[in-house]
Ligand binder design. Sequence first.
Ligand SMILES: Nc1ncnc2c1ncn2[C@@H]1O[C@H](COP(=O)(O)OP(=O)(O)OP(=O)(O)O)[C@@H](O)[C@H]1O
Ligand SMILES: [Mg+2]
Length: 384
Amino acid sequence: MRGTNSNRENSGASSGTVRDPLDSIIGISAAIQQVKAVIRQVAPSDITVLISGESGTGKELVAEAIHHHSPRRNGPLVSPNCGAIPEGIFESEIFGHEKGSFTSADQRRRGYFEMAHKGTLFLDEIGEMPLPVQVKMLRVLETGIFHRVGGSTEVKVDVRVIAATNKDLGVEVSQGHFRQDLYYRLKAVNISLPPLRERSEDIPMLTEYFIREFAVRNHRPVPSIDPDAFRVLRSQYWAGNVRELKNFVESVVALGQDELITSEVIKMRLSSESGNPNLPVIVGRSEADLNQELVYRTLLELKHDMNSIKGLLQRVIQGQSLEVELPFSGAEEVETYSLDDVEREQIRRALANFNGNRRKAANALGIGERTLYRKIKQYRIKDD
Ligand SMILES: Nc1ncnc2c1ncn2[C@@H]1O[C@H](COP(=O)(O)OP(=O)(O)OP(=O)(O)O)[C@@H](O)[C@H]1O
Ligand SMILES: [Mg+2]
Protein backbone atom coordinates (compact mmCIF):
# COMPACT_ATOMS: atom_id res chain seq x y z
CA MET A 1 0.00 0.00 0.00
CA ARG A 2 1.49 3.25 -1.03
CA GLY A 3 0.73 6.73 0.16
CA THR A 4 0.73 7.95 3.71
CA ASN A 5 1.22 5.66 6.65
CA SER A 6 -2.22 6.55 7.86
CA ASN A 7 -3.82 4.88 4.88
CA ARG A 8 -5.37 1.58 5.52
CA GLU A 9 -6.69 -0.72 2.88
CA ASN A 10 -8.45 -3.68 4.25
CA SER A 11 -10.11 -6.41 2.36
CA GLY A 12 -12.72 -8.03 4.55
CA ALA A 13 -12.81 -11.03 2.24
CA SER A 14 -10.92 -13.31 4.58
CA SER A 15 -13.07 -12.39 7.58
CA GLY A 16 -15.26 -14.90 9.35
CA THR A 17 -13.68 -14.45 12.75
CA VAL A 18 -13.37 -10.67 12.45
CA ARG A 19 -14.92 -8.92 15.42
CA ASP A 20 -17.93 -6.74 14.74
CA PRO A 21 -16.84 -3.10 15.13
CA LEU A 22 -20.40 -2.20 16.13
CA ASP A 23 -20.01 -4.38 19.24
CA SER A 24 -16.79 -2.52 20.06
CA ILE A 25 -18.64 0.78 20.29
CA ILE A 26 -19.22 0.85 24.01
CA GLY A 27 -21.57 3.15 25.88
CA ILE A 28 -24.94 3.36 27.59
CA SER A 29 -25.57 7.03 26.89
CA ALA A 30 -28.53 7.98 24.74
CA ALA A 31 -26.04 9.59 22.32
CA ILE A 32 -24.12 6.35 21.74
CA GLN A 33 -27.30 4.27 21.49
CA GLN A 34 -28.57 6.73 18.91
CA VAL A 35 -25.27 6.55 16.97
CA LYS A 36 -25.49 2.76 16.87
CA ALA A 37 -29.11 2.90 15.71
CA VAL A 38 -28.17 5.29 12.88
CA ILE A 39 -25.25 3.05 11.87
CA ARG A 40 -27.60 0.07 11.56
CA GLN A 41 -30.07 2.15 9.63
CA VAL A 42 -27.69 3.70 7.09
CA ALA A 43 -25.16 0.89 6.66
CA PRO A 44 -27.17 -1.15 4.10
CA SER A 45 -27.58 1.80 1.72
CA ASP A 46 -24.97 3.69 -0.31
CA ILE A 47 -25.78 7.03 1.27
CA THR A 48 -22.85 9.32 2.04
CA VAL A 49 -22.20 9.74 5.75
CA LEU A 50 -20.34 12.52 7.52
CA ILE A 51 -18.96 11.64 10.96
CA SER A 52 -17.99 14.56 13.15
CA GLY A 53 -16.51 14.78 16.61
CA GLU A 54 -13.45 15.79 18.57
CA SER A 55 -10.27 13.76 18.33
CA GLY A 56 -10.56 10.38 20.04
CA THR A 57 -14.36 10.20 20.07
CA GLY A 58 -14.53 7.09 17.88
CA LYS A 59 -15.05 8.39 14.33
CA GLU A 60 -12.89 5.69 12.76
CA LEU A 61 -14.69 3.00 14.74
CA VAL A 62 -18.02 4.26 13.39
CA ALA A 63 -16.72 4.23 9.81
CA GLU A 64 -15.54 0.63 10.24
CA ALA A 65 -18.91 -0.36 11.69
CA ILE A 66 -20.80 1.15 8.74
CA HIS A 67 -18.57 -0.66 6.25
CA HIS A 68 -18.84 -3.92 8.16
CA HIS A 69 -22.64 -3.75 8.21
CA SER A 70 -22.97 -2.82 4.56
CA PRO A 71 -23.30 -5.17 1.58
CA ARG A 72 -19.77 -3.99 0.71
CA ARG A 73 -18.20 -5.66 3.73
CA ASN A 74 -16.25 -8.09 1.55
CA GLY A 75 -14.90 -5.25 -0.56
CA PRO A 76 -12.07 -2.93 0.42
CA LEU A 77 -12.27 -0.23 3.07
CA VAL A 78 -9.79 2.39 1.90
CA SER A 79 -9.04 5.07 4.47
CA PRO A 80 -6.78 7.90 3.34
CA ASN A 81 -6.19 10.70 5.79
CA CYS A 82 -6.73 13.93 3.86
CA GLY A 83 -4.57 15.87 6.31
CA ALA A 84 -1.61 13.64 5.54
CA ILE A 85 -1.61 14.01 1.76
CA PRO A 86 0.64 16.81 0.44
CA GLU A 87 -1.42 19.40 -1.42
CA GLY A 88 0.58 19.13 -4.63
CA ILE A 89 -0.26 15.47 -5.20
CA PHE A 90 -3.70 15.44 -3.60
CA GLU A 91 -5.71 15.14 -6.79
CA SER A 92 -3.53 12.38 -8.17
CA GLU A 93 -3.62 10.44 -4.88
CA ILE A 94 -7.42 10.51 -4.81
CA PHE A 95 -8.19 10.16 -8.52
CA GLY A 96 -5.02 8.57 -9.87
CA HIS A 97 -2.99 9.76 -12.84
CA GLU A 98 -2.12 8.76 -16.38
CA LYS A 99 1.39 7.99 -17.51
CA GLY A 100 3.24 11.20 -18.37
CA SER A 101 0.69 13.48 -16.69
CA PHE A 102 3.55 15.09 -14.80
CA THR A 103 7.31 14.73 -14.81
CA SER A 104 7.60 11.89 -12.31
CA ALA A 105 4.50 10.03 -13.55
CA ASP A 106 6.26 7.21 -15.38
CA GLN A 107 3.25 4.95 -15.31
CA ARG A 108 -0.50 5.07 -14.76
CA ARG A 109 -1.48 4.93 -11.14
CA ARG A 110 -4.81 4.18 -9.53
CA GLY A 111 -6.11 6.62 -6.97
CA TYR A 112 -7.99 5.85 -3.78
CA PHE A 113 -11.34 6.00 -5.56
CA GLU A 114 -10.35 3.16 -7.87
CA MET A 115 -8.81 1.18 -5.02
CA ALA A 116 -12.12 1.43 -3.18
CA HIS A 117 -14.14 0.05 -6.11
CA LYS A 118 -16.96 -2.18 -4.80
CA GLY A 119 -16.08 -1.07 -1.30
CA THR A 120 -16.00 2.00 0.91
CA LEU A 121 -13.80 5.08 0.72
CA PHE A 122 -13.36 6.61 4.17
CA LEU A 123 -12.04 10.14 3.73
CA ASP A 124 -10.64 10.99 7.13
CA GLU A 125 -10.15 14.66 8.02
CA ILE A 126 -12.12 15.80 4.98
CA GLY A 127 -11.78 19.42 6.20
CA GLU A 128 -8.17 19.26 4.97
CA MET A 129 -9.16 18.60 1.36
CA PRO A 130 -7.86 21.44 -0.87
CA LEU A 131 -10.63 23.58 -2.40
CA PRO A 132 -9.86 22.72 -6.07
CA VAL A 133 -10.14 19.00 -5.29
CA GLN A 134 -13.45 19.59 -3.54
CA VAL A 135 -15.02 20.60 -6.88
CA LYS A 136 -14.00 17.33 -8.50
CA MET A 137 -15.08 15.45 -5.38
CA LEU A 138 -18.60 16.82 -5.55
CA ARG A 139 -18.91 15.74 -9.15
CA VAL A 140 -17.82 12.17 -8.36
CA LEU A 141 -20.28 11.97 -5.50
CA GLU A 142 -23.04 13.00 -7.87
CA THR A 143 -22.10 10.92 -10.93
CA GLY A 144 -19.60 8.27 -9.82
CA ILE A 145 -17.48 9.42 -12.79
CA PHE A 146 -14.09 11.18 -12.90
CA HIS A 147 -10.94 11.52 -14.98
CA ARG A 148 -7.51 10.54 -13.77
CA VAL A 149 -5.07 13.44 -13.65
CA GLY A 150 -3.82 14.00 -17.21
CA GLY A 151 -6.41 11.65 -18.64
CA SER A 152 -9.39 12.11 -20.95
CA THR A 153 -11.13 8.76 -20.50
CA GLU A 154 -13.94 8.67 -18.00
CA VAL A 155 -13.47 6.32 -15.09
CA LYS A 156 -16.59 4.99 -13.42
CA VAL A 157 -16.43 3.58 -9.94
CA ASP A 158 -18.83 1.94 -7.54
CA VAL A 159 -17.80 3.41 -4.22
CA ARG A 160 -19.58 4.38 -1.02
CA VAL A 161 -18.10 7.46 0.60
CA ILE A 162 -17.84 8.11 4.32
CA ALA A 163 -16.10 11.25 5.55
CA ALA A 164 -14.93 12.33 8.99
CA THR A 165 -13.90 15.61 10.50
CA ASN A 166 -12.91 17.00 13.86
CA LYS A 167 -13.49 20.49 12.56
CA ASP A 168 -16.82 22.25 12.47
CA LEU A 169 -17.37 22.12 8.72
CA GLY A 170 -20.13 24.73 8.98
CA VAL A 171 -17.56 27.18 10.32
CA GLU A 172 -15.07 26.11 7.63
CA VAL A 173 -17.74 26.90 5.02
CA SER A 174 -18.44 30.32 6.52
CA GLN A 175 -14.71 31.08 6.47
CA GLY A 176 -14.43 30.06 2.83
CA HIS A 177 -12.24 27.01 3.52
CA PHE A 178 -14.79 24.44 2.50
CA ARG A 179 -17.30 24.44 -0.32
CA GLN A 180 -20.89 24.79 0.79
CA ASP A 181 -22.27 22.53 -1.96
CA LEU A 182 -19.93 19.70 -0.98
CA TYR A 183 -20.75 20.23 2.69
CA TYR A 184 -24.47 19.86 2.01
CA ARG A 185 -23.84 16.79 -0.12
CA LEU A 186 -21.70 15.16 2.58
CA LYS A 187 -23.92 15.81 5.52
CA ALA A 188 -26.92 14.03 4.05
CA VAL A 189 -26.42 11.86 7.11
CA ASN A 190 -24.38 13.40 9.88
CA ILE A 191 -23.29 11.23 12.78
CA SER A 192 -22.05 13.51 15.50
CA LEU A 193 -20.02 11.99 18.34
CA PRO A 194 -20.23 14.08 21.51
CA PRO A 195 -17.09 14.59 23.62
CA LEU A 196 -16.68 12.03 26.40
CA ARG A 197 -17.14 14.70 29.13
CA GLU A 198 -20.68 15.24 27.82
CA ARG A 199 -21.53 11.54 28.22
CA SER A 200 -19.66 10.70 31.39
CA GLU A 201 -22.25 7.98 32.12
CA ASP A 202 -20.34 5.93 29.52
CA ILE A 203 -17.11 6.09 31.52
CA PRO A 204 -17.74 3.13 33.89
CA MET A 205 -18.66 0.78 31.05
CA LEU A 206 -15.76 1.95 28.88
CA THR A 207 -13.34 1.62 31.79
CA GLU A 208 -14.44 -1.94 32.56
CA TYR A 209 -14.22 -2.81 28.89
CA PHE A 210 -10.67 -1.47 28.59
CA ILE A 211 -9.56 -3.09 31.87
CA ARG A 212 -10.74 -6.45 30.61
CA GLU A 213 -9.24 -5.93 27.17
CA PHE A 214 -5.76 -5.08 28.49
CA ALA A 215 -5.73 -7.72 31.22
CA VAL A 216 -6.77 -10.48 28.82
CA ARG A 217 -4.31 -9.35 26.17
CA ASN A 218 -1.49 -9.40 28.73
CA HIS A 219 -2.57 -12.73 30.25
CA ARG A 220 -3.28 -11.11 33.58
CA PRO A 221 -6.20 -11.75 35.95
CA VAL A 222 -8.90 -9.15 35.30
CA PRO A 223 -8.95 -6.72 38.25
CA SER A 224 -12.25 -5.40 39.55
CA ILE A 225 -12.88 -1.74 40.10
CA ASP A 226 -14.40 0.07 43.06
CA PRO A 227 -17.51 2.10 42.08
CA ASP A 228 -15.96 5.06 43.91
CA ALA A 229 -13.13 5.04 41.35
CA PHE A 230 -15.69 5.75 38.63
CA ARG A 231 -16.65 8.93 40.43
CA VAL A 232 -13.07 10.16 40.15
CA LEU A 233 -12.81 9.15 36.50
CA ARG A 234 -16.13 10.82 35.69
CA SER A 235 -14.92 14.09 37.17
CA GLN A 236 -12.04 14.43 34.69
CA TYR A 237 -12.14 16.55 31.55
CA TRP A 238 -10.71 13.97 29.07
CA ALA A 239 -9.62 16.41 26.39
CA GLY A 240 -8.45 13.42 24.33
CA ASN A 241 -11.81 11.68 24.82
CA VAL A 242 -12.07 7.88 24.65
CA ARG A 243 -8.52 7.51 23.34
CA GLU A 244 -7.18 9.29 26.41
CA LEU A 245 -9.33 7.24 28.81
CA LYS A 246 -8.18 4.06 27.09
CA ASN A 247 -4.50 5.05 27.43
CA PHE A 248 -5.00 5.98 31.06
CA VAL A 249 -6.74 2.71 31.92
CA GLU A 250 -3.96 0.85 30.15
CA SER A 251 -1.36 2.54 32.32
CA VAL A 252 -3.34 1.76 35.49
CA VAL A 253 -3.62 -1.93 34.60
CA ALA A 254 -0.04 -2.16 33.33
CA LEU A 255 1.53 -0.51 36.34
CA GLY A 256 -0.65 -1.92 39.10
CA GLN A 257 -0.73 -5.37 40.62
CA ASP A 258 -4.05 -4.79 42.37
CA GLU A 259 -6.98 -7.16 42.30
CA LEU A 260 -9.19 -4.21 43.09
CA ILE A 261 -8.69 -0.81 41.50
CA THR A 262 -9.80 1.72 44.10
CA SER A 263 -10.39 5.46 43.88
CA GLU A 264 -7.06 5.84 45.75
CA VAL A 265 -5.25 3.91 43.05
CA ILE A 266 -6.84 6.11 40.39
CA LYS A 267 -6.04 9.31 42.27
CA MET A 268 -2.50 8.15 42.84
CA ARG A 269 -1.99 7.44 39.15
CA LEU A 270 -3.50 10.81 38.31
CA SER A 271 -1.26 12.64 40.70
CA SER A 272 1.85 10.59 39.97
CA GLU A 273 1.39 11.77 36.42
CA SER A 274 0.85 15.34 37.55
CA GLY A 275 4.22 16.27 36.08
CA ASN A 276 2.90 14.83 32.89
CA PRO A 277 0.94 17.24 30.75
CA ASN A 278 -0.91 14.26 29.37
CA LEU A 279 -2.86 14.17 32.61
CA PRO A 280 -6.60 14.48 32.31
CA VAL A 281 -7.69 17.71 33.91
CA ILE A 282 -10.50 18.51 36.25
CA VAL A 283 -13.78 19.71 34.79
CA GLY A 284 -14.80 23.27 35.52
CA ARG A 285 -12.23 25.18 33.51
CA SER A 286 -12.84 26.44 30.04
CA GLU A 287 -11.36 24.58 27.12
CA ALA A 288 -9.54 27.75 26.08
CA ASP A 289 -7.83 27.86 29.50
CA LEU A 290 -6.84 24.24 29.22
CA ASN A 291 -5.49 24.64 25.71
CA GLN A 292 -3.52 27.66 26.77
CA GLU A 293 -2.04 25.74 29.66
CA LEU A 294 -1.08 22.82 27.43
CA VAL A 295 0.57 25.17 24.92
CA TYR A 296 2.41 26.81 27.81
CA ARG A 297 3.66 23.48 29.18
CA THR A 298 4.80 22.37 25.73
CA LEU A 299 6.66 25.64 25.24
CA LEU A 300 8.35 25.26 28.60
CA GLU A 301 9.53 21.79 27.68
CA LEU A 302 10.73 22.99 24.29
CA LYS A 303 12.61 25.81 25.98
CA HIS A 304 14.23 23.33 28.33
CA ASP A 305 15.24 21.16 25.38
CA MET A 306 16.56 24.16 23.47
CA ASN A 307 18.75 25.09 26.40
CA SER A 308 20.14 21.57 26.52
CA ILE A 309 20.83 21.71 22.80
CA LYS A 310 22.53 25.10 23.12
CA GLY A 311 24.82 23.64 25.78
CA LEU A 312 25.51 20.70 23.52
CA LEU A 313 26.36 22.89 20.54
CA GLN A 314 28.65 24.98 22.67
CA ARG A 315 30.55 21.83 23.61
CA VAL A 316 30.76 20.81 19.97
CA ILE A 317 32.05 24.27 19.02
CA GLN A 318 34.63 24.02 21.78
CA GLY A 319 35.81 20.81 20.20
CA GLN A 320 34.52 18.49 22.91
CA SER A 321 33.21 15.04 22.25
CA LEU A 322 29.87 14.54 20.54
CA GLU A 323 29.04 11.78 22.99
CA VAL A 324 26.40 13.45 25.07
CA GLU A 325 23.53 12.59 27.26
CA LEU A 326 20.18 12.97 25.59
CA PRO A 327 18.38 15.85 27.23
CA PHE A 328 15.12 13.95 27.06
CA SER A 329 13.48 12.20 29.96
CA GLY A 330 13.88 8.45 30.08
CA ALA A 331 17.18 8.52 28.20
CA GLU A 332 19.52 6.58 30.39
CA GLU A 333 22.07 5.74 27.80
CA VAL A 334 24.74 8.08 26.59
CA GLU A 335 24.36 8.30 22.84
CA THR A 336 25.23 10.37 19.87
CA TYR A 337 22.16 11.99 18.46
CA SER A 338 21.24 14.13 15.52
CA LEU A 339 18.97 17.09 14.98
CA ASP A 340 16.48 14.62 13.54
CA ASP A 341 16.38 12.86 16.90
CA VAL A 342 15.65 16.16 18.57
CA GLU A 343 12.89 16.97 16.16
CA ARG A 344 11.39 13.50 16.42
CA GLU A 345 11.34 13.70 20.20
CA GLN A 346 9.78 17.15 20.21
CA ILE A 347 7.04 16.05 17.82
CA ARG A 348 6.42 12.91 19.82
CA ARG A 349 6.18 14.94 23.00
CA ALA A 350 3.90 17.61 21.53
CA LEU A 351 1.58 14.87 20.24
CA ALA A 352 1.52 13.25 23.69
CA ASN A 353 0.76 16.61 25.29
CA PHE A 354 -2.24 17.09 23.08
CA ASN A 355 -3.38 13.49 23.17
CA GLY A 356 -2.66 12.95 19.53
CA ASN A 357 -4.47 16.09 18.40
CA ARG A 358 -2.32 17.01 15.43
CA ARG A 359 -3.77 20.47 14.89
CA LYS A 360 -2.94 21.54 18.44
CA ALA A 361 0.46 19.85 18.36
CA ALA A 362 1.31 21.61 15.09
CA ASN A 363 0.22 24.95 16.58
CA ALA A 364 2.38 24.42 19.65
CA LEU A 365 5.36 23.45 17.49
CA GLY A 366 4.79 26.45 15.24
CA ILE A 367 4.61 24.33 12.09
CA GLY A 368 1.81 23.67 9.65
CA GLU A 369 -0.43 20.65 10.08
CA ARG A 370 0.69 19.19 6.76
CA THR A 371 4.34 19.55 7.70
CA LEU A 372 3.58 17.74 10.94
CA TYR A 373 1.93 14.86 9.06
CA ARG A 374 4.92 14.60 6.78
CA LYS A 375 7.29 14.46 9.71
CA ILE A 376 5.17 11.91 11.56
CA LYS A 377 5.45 9.74 8.49
CA GLN A 378 9.14 10.48 8.00
CA TYR A 379 10.02 9.61 11.58
CA ARG A 380 7.50 6.79 11.79
CA ILE A 381 6.06 8.29 14.94
CA LYS A 382 3.23 6.30 16.46
CA ASP A 383 0.65 8.76 17.78
CA ASP A 384 -2.34 6.74 18.85
N1 LIG B 1 -17.38 4.17 22.12
C1 LIG B 1 -16.20 3.54 22.11
N2 LIG B 1 -16.09 2.32 22.64
C2 LIG B 1 -14.91 1.66 22.66
N3 LIG B 1 -13.77 2.16 22.20
C3 LIG B 1 -13.81 3.39 21.66
C4 LIG B 1 -15.02 4.14 21.58
N4 LIG B 1 -14.77 5.31 20.98
C5 LIG B 1 -13.46 5.30 20.71
N5 LIG B 1 -12.88 4.15 21.10
C6 LIG B 1 -11.45 3.81 21.00
O1 LIG B 1 -10.73 5.02 21.21
C7 LIG B 1 -9.65 5.14 20.27
C8 LIG B 1 -9.86 6.35 19.41
O2 LIG B 1 -10.94 6.14 18.55
P1 LIG B 1 -10.92 6.57 17.01
O3 LIG B 1 -9.58 6.34 16.43
O4 LIG B 1 -12.09 5.95 16.33
O5 LIG B 1 -11.14 8.15 17.22
P2 LIG B 1 -11.23 9.31 16.13
O6 LIG B 1 -12.49 10.06 16.44
O7 LIG B 1 -11.09 8.73 14.77
O8 LIG B 1 -9.97 10.21 16.54
P3 LIG B 1 -9.05 11.17 15.60
O9 LIG B 1 -9.91 12.37 15.24
O10 LIG B 1 -7.93 11.56 16.52
O11 LIG B 1 -8.64 10.37 14.41
C9 LIG B 1 -9.62 3.85 19.49
O12 LIG B 1 -8.73 2.96 20.11
C10 LIG B 1 -11.05 3.35 19.60
O13 LIG B 1 -11.10 1.96 19.48
MG1 LIG C 1 -9.58 8.98 13.33
